[in-house]
Design a protein around this ligand. Structure first.
Ligand SMILES: [Zn+2]
Length: 319
């Protein structure tokens, strides 16, 4: 197996963007593109467990919720959908909504959907580049305009729309009310420095999301044990035999690759199908030490890689 440069599929969406730069060259499309979805280039490869996407929003998305595994199984689907977002860029005052402002009963939620007041009952918050959000299945959520976000999620397309601001798309109110958590989202969980180079942004039963910051002109080895997706968000490098710049995504499984970092360093979002950070994921080839001694403490600020730029606002638990 080798590291694979991921293919990109675009999805047009009514809330999408015509300008995807610098993340993609699909920026001059006639159509508004809402999603770039990364795929393995090998068409006969088995489906990965995770979906890795970029979202581009110029209008509000629907207010929605996804089922958990148990509910999805009861509908004959393979799995539910827990997801996480990393904000790549945000216009001033761009917002997302996660959870409800207060507890509602199911009849109150139905009434709020019917009269549109649901749009004010979800808890909106202003976001900035570098913010991270964890959206367990069952959490009501929405994304506002002016955002570019990376999304990692269980492989599922099951979305129950509660409200779509008068657009004509189908709603799924009965299913949504059946799976939704009827209160505020659970408290935040802090991002954690694992090593000087690795920051754990999210870990849950289905995936781990990390941000990797490597210094200029360094040489590292990345060992991917599980299904692993990587997206370059800053800098450049050679990964194995592949050139990697901003917007390039890679897939690997049970493989390792040498990373020769370019003169401006390298920042990568790394998502892999595991329930806890993988020791030994990165090895510094210049000093030979593996990173097995993961230091998992919530002391954000211990590393030298400007961890203060990451704030994690999540809804933890109840998967
Ligand atoms: Zn969603």
């Amino acid at each position: 197996m080798t590291f694979e440069h991921a293919d990109v599929r675009t999805s047009s969406k009514p809330w999408g963007s015509h300008d995807l730069r610098p993340w993609s060259r699909y920026g001059n499309s006639e159509t508004a593109i809402g999603e770039l979805r990364f795929d393995r280039p090998e068409t006969h490869a088995p489906d990965p467990a995770l979906l890795f996407k970029l979202l581009f929003t110029k209008q509000r998305l629907s207010i929605q919720v996804h089922p958990d595994d148990a509910f999805a199984h009861s509908m004959g689907m393979a799995n539910g959908k827990t997801e996480a977002w990393y904000v790549l860029s945000a216009e001033d005052s761009a917002q997302v909504a996660i959870g409800l402002k207060r507890m509602l009963t199911q009849p109150q939620l139905r009434a709020a959907i019917a009269d549109g007041s649901i749009a004010d009952l979800v808890k909106w918050q202003t976001v900035a580049a570098g913010d991270v959000f964890f959206i367990p299945a069952g959490t009501i959520h929405a994304i506002g305009p002016g955002l570019v976000m990376a999304e990692i999620q269980q492989r599922s397309d099951t979305t129950f729309r509660l409200f779509d601001y008068g657009r004509s798309r189908e709603l799924h109110i009965d299913q949504a009310v059946a799976v939704v958590d009827l209160g505020p989202a659970k408290p935040d969980k802090a991002a954690t420095c694992l090593t000087a180079e690795r920051m754990k942004l999210v870990s849950c039963d289905f995936f781990v999301l990390e941000r990797i910051d490597l210094p200029p002109d360094a040489n590292w080895e990345l060992q991917a044990q599980r299904e692993t997706w990587a997206l370059v968000t800053a800098g450049d490098a050679t990964i194995g035999s592949l050139r990697a710049g901003v917007g390039d995504a890679f897939f690997a499984e049970a493989d390792r690759a040498v990373i020769n970092v370019g003169p401006s360093g390298l920042t990568v979002l790394l998502a892999y199908a595991d329930s806890a950070p993988q020791p030994g994921l990165l090895r510094d080839l210049d000093d030979g030490k593996p990173d097995f001694a993961i230091r998992e403490s919530p002391q954000v600020g211990i590393a030298s890689k400007k961890p203060d730029s990451v704030s994690l606002r999540s809804a933890e638990g109840h998967l």
